[in-house]
Design a protein. Structure first.
Ligand code: C2E
Ligand code: MG
Ligand code: MG
Length: 782
């Protein structure tokens, strides 16, 4: 074949694809890079391909005619090595690249024969690989460049072989003569080259990726057919131009081709630049959008977390609000309605004021609840309150309302009752059921209630009024020991009077309305005075004399008894100190002061006593404290502890009003009393002829057995005196000897009297006592 000039018009053709080298090379590269060391079979395959390629090439070189090496071939070779690799154009937005490799190979085939085409294919592939490698477009793994070159050699060789094998058909074909012949030859070449190339490429690919061969061929191998068809088409056109155009036309065609190629290349470059800029912009936009989306998602997440938190907080708030509302309206210990809640219920009922639906308010108070707390502890006390609350709920209907007003006070609204008697019946039932003993932490507990009942009347305008009246009735029940009482207006008058008295008592000390009277304590043996009982008197500015029996309970309830007793201790200690100084006969006199149960359990008592003694330097043995039997026994264990502490001070102790309380003998012998004072009711009941003396006798012998001195109070008659003397009672006090008197009057008597017993009786007593030695002579004198 004569030399030829590259036709320039080729570039003017519509999209021309050739074998997609970069893609194939890329595939080969990745295949080898990833698996070359791991998959030995690939290495073997490469060696085989290289060996076969080398064999083919050797065969080609051996058979290559010298005629081939013409100027045209060399130009073509130069073009294939130095120009064609650089002329690859990647079409915008496609997988195709326009390369001229196939065209050159096919053109060489048509022009210089198969051997020249095989040689050129090998050289062109090596040049392309080195070019791409040097540009950094691709990097080739071990043996990949010779493998690629061998694959091209093999494919071209096979195409040539196919042409030779079909020589009986192709023998008459002359591409130079007829376009149809040209197309047939190119078709055989293209088809056979495509078959070999795509099979080898697919074999590699499916081995590397471990994919199905057929699937791989469809996706990877098929594309190479398209690029080859275009390559063949281009080669055909160039071949035609070279063969049929004159020199000028060919030159113009190639010039036009060159210009068109450059323009096209520049446009494609610009398009590619614009596209890549647009793609960059799109990418940036997509990136920005993605960032925005991520941010939005993060915000959404944060918002969701915030919302969840807020929901949790609002849930917690709602729960705490409900709990707060509940606790605002309920007693935390018993879960009963509290005072505010109860007042609300009463308020509604009062507002309705429905005469057809009368209601009753019960006010309940646990007797001596403080003792439970003091003796068994507050935990037990709380449990008792809970048990009481439960029992109350069990006893009542659902429409009744039970509340704990505070401390040991409860209140109930009873509805749907026709009469106050029905309310009283329920109150009695409650009283009885609540009193049933129960066991708690190993203790047998008896709870006693006082219940006041108030019926709703139109005159009530607010809840406090009806509650107050039920409370008044409860106090009445307490005072009378009835357990339950119904309110009436006389109770309110008494209550108000009591309130008035209490308020007056607060100022009684300041107003000098309180004073002490002294009643002598006489030795029944010899009639000598051994001391006094100090008794409080209240001369009210308007009401006149008020009995201690009336105001002492008020003083106890209001707590005023403590400051009053402190004052009494100061007064009486000073008084006895001054009387003891009057004469040596009185130097051993004692003063007996009544101490209330309220003061006894108050922590200030010991200090109060000590301070009063110290203030006048009175020896403690000159002071005797009288504690009533009921006060001493109310909380015996506590009393024992306090009395022992008082005893440690050195003061004397006397149990007062003995016989009226409920002494437990087991406690009695543990209480450190020096003296037992028989209640005057036992002395009073002794008849003119000494009848009803059995109890006196029993108490006196009990006292002796307990190693206590005995004193009898309320001695009014000589018979009583004589009987007591006969029974061996040590001391006595009573109107028979002297009434309680103020200081002045008592002082006069102290100067006048030396023997306080009726004279003749004293003599008899003296005779009796001299005849009959006393059983208790071993006892200390007072
Ligand atoms: P009490 O401690 O048992 O005092 C004896 C009471 O018997 C006194 O009553 C006294 O006046 C009275 N009395 C003495 N001899 C006779 C008698 O022969 N016949 C009659 N009918 N009564 C006699 P008073 O002073 O009215 O005191 C009553 C109670 O008031 C006392 O009983 C005591 O419990 C209490 N009390 C009196 N003064 C005080 C005090 O200063 N402190 C305390 N806490 N209580 C006091
Ligand atoms: Mg007394
Ligand atoms: Mg008494």
């Amino acid at each position: 074949m004569a030399g030829f000039v590259l036709p320039s018009s080729v570039l003017l053709l519509p999209p021309i694809s050739s074998l997609n080298f970069p893609k194939l090379l890329n595939f080969s590269r990745s295949f080898f890079l990833r698996f070359v060391n791991k998959v030995k079979i690939i290495d073997y395959l490469k060696f085989i391909i290289i060996a076969l390629g080398a064999l083919c090439l050797s065969f080609v070189l051996a058979n290559l005619s010298h005629d081939v090496f013409s100027l045209n071939f060399l130009l073509l070779l130069v073009f294939a090595v130095f120009v064609a690799p650089k002329m690859v154009l990647t079409l915008p937005r496609s997988n195709f690249s326009v390369s001229f490799s196939d065209s050159i190979i096919f053109l060489t085939f048509l022009t210089f024969g198969g051997e020249a085409a095989i040689l050129l294919a090998a050289i062109e592939m090596l040049a392309s690989c080195y070019y791409l490698n040097s540009k950094g477009t691709l990097s080739f793994g071990k043996l990949m460049i010779p493998t690629n070159a061998s694959i091209t050699v093999l494919a071209t060789t096979c195409a040539y072989a196919a042409l030779l094998l079909l020589s009986h058909i192709t023998a008459g074909l002359n591409p130079a003569e007829s376009t149809r012949h040209l197309i047939a030859v190119l078709g055989i070449l293209t088809f056979s080259q495509f078959i070999v190339l795509s099979l080898l490429a697919t074999a590699f690919h499916s081995l590397v990726k471990r994919k199905n061969f057929w699937e791989t061929w469809k996706h990877e191998g098929f594309f190479s057919s398209i690029t080859q068809i275009f390559g063949a088409g281009l080669a055909g056109i160039v071949y035609k131009v070279i063969n049929y155009a004159d020199l000028l036309t060919t030159a113009i065609a190639f010039l036009a081709f060159g210009v068109a190629y450059l323009v096209y290349r520049q446009s494609i470059g610009e398009i590619n630049d614009a596209i890549s800029k647009a793609e960059d912009a799109e990418r940036e936009k997509a990136e920005a959008e993605r960032t925005r989306a991520v941010q939005a998602e993060n915000y959404a997440k944060q918002l969701r977390v915030l919302l969840e938190k807020e929901e949790k907080v609002s849930d917690a708030l709602r729960i705490s609000k409900e709990a707060f509302q509940h606790s605002a309206m309920h007693d935390t210990l018993t879960n009963l309605a509290n005072r505010a809640n109860f007042a609300g219920v009463l308020r509604d009922l009062i507002d309705k004021s429905d005469p057809s639906a009368p209601f009753f308010v019960l006010f309940l108070d646990i007797c001596r609840f403080k003792n439970i707390n003091d003796s068994l502890g507050h935990t037990v006390g709380d449990k008792v309150l809970i048990i009481v609350a439960k029992r109350l709920l069990r006893l009542l209907y659902e429409h009744d309302v039970v509340a704990r007003l505070g401390g040991d006070e409860f209140a109930i609204v009873l509805k749907d009752l026709s009469s106050v008697e029905d309310a009283e019946k329920i109150a009695r039932k409650i009283h009885q059921k609540i009193s049933e003993p129960f066991s708690l932490s190993g203790n047998n507990i008896f709870v006693e209630l006082n219940i006041g009942i108030a019926r709703f009347e139109r005159e009530y305008t607010n809840p406090e009024e009806i509650l107050r009246d039920a409370d008044i009735a409860m106090h009445h029940a307490k005072e009378t020991g009835a357990g339950a009482a119904i309110f009436d207006t006389t109770l309110r008058a008494r209550f108000l009077d009591r309130i008035k008295l209490e308020s007056d008592l607060r100022f009684a000390l300041e107003r000098n309305e309180l004073s002490m009277h002294y009643q002598p304590l006489i030795s029944l043996k010899d009639g000598e005075i051994i001391g006094f009982e100090a008794l409080l008197r209240w001369q009210h500015a308007t009401r006149g004399f008020i009995s201690p029996a009336d105001f002492i309970p008020i003083a106890e309830d209001s707590g005023l008894i403590i400051p009053i007793t402190t004052w009494i201790l100061d007064q009486t200690c000073a008084q006895i100190a001054s009387w003891r100084a009057l004469s040596p006969n009185y130097a051993e006199m004692i003063i007996s002061v009544n101490i209330s149960g309220k003061h006894l359990v108050h922590e200030s008592l010991i200090d109060d006593v000590q301070r009063s003694l110290d203030s006048v330097s009175l020896p403690p043995t000159a002071l005797k404290l009288e504690i009533t039997e009921s006060a001493a026994m109310e909380n015996a264990e506590r009393t024992i502890e306090i009395l022992n502490r008082l005893k440690a001070l050195g003061v004397m102790l006397s149990i007062d009003d003995f016989g009226t309380g409920y002494s437990s003998l087991s406690h009695l012998h543990r209480l450190p009393f020096d003296t037992l004072k028989i209640d005057r009711s036992f002395v009073y009941s002794v008849g003119e002829n000494g009848e009803n003396s059995e109890i006196l006798q029993t108490i006196i012998s009990l006292a002796k057995n307990l190693k206590m001195r005995v004193i009898a109070e309320g001695i009014e008659t000589e018979t009583q005196l004589a009987l007591l003397q006969n029974l061996g009672c040590d001391f006595g006090q009573g109107y028979l000897m002297s009434k309680p008197l103020p200081v002045d009057a008592m002082e006069k008597l102290l100067y006048q009297k030396h023997n306080w017993l009726p004279q003749e009786k004293t003599d008899e007593a003296e005779n009796e006592s001299s005849d009959k030695p006393r059983k208790d002579e071993h006892l200390p004198v007072f």
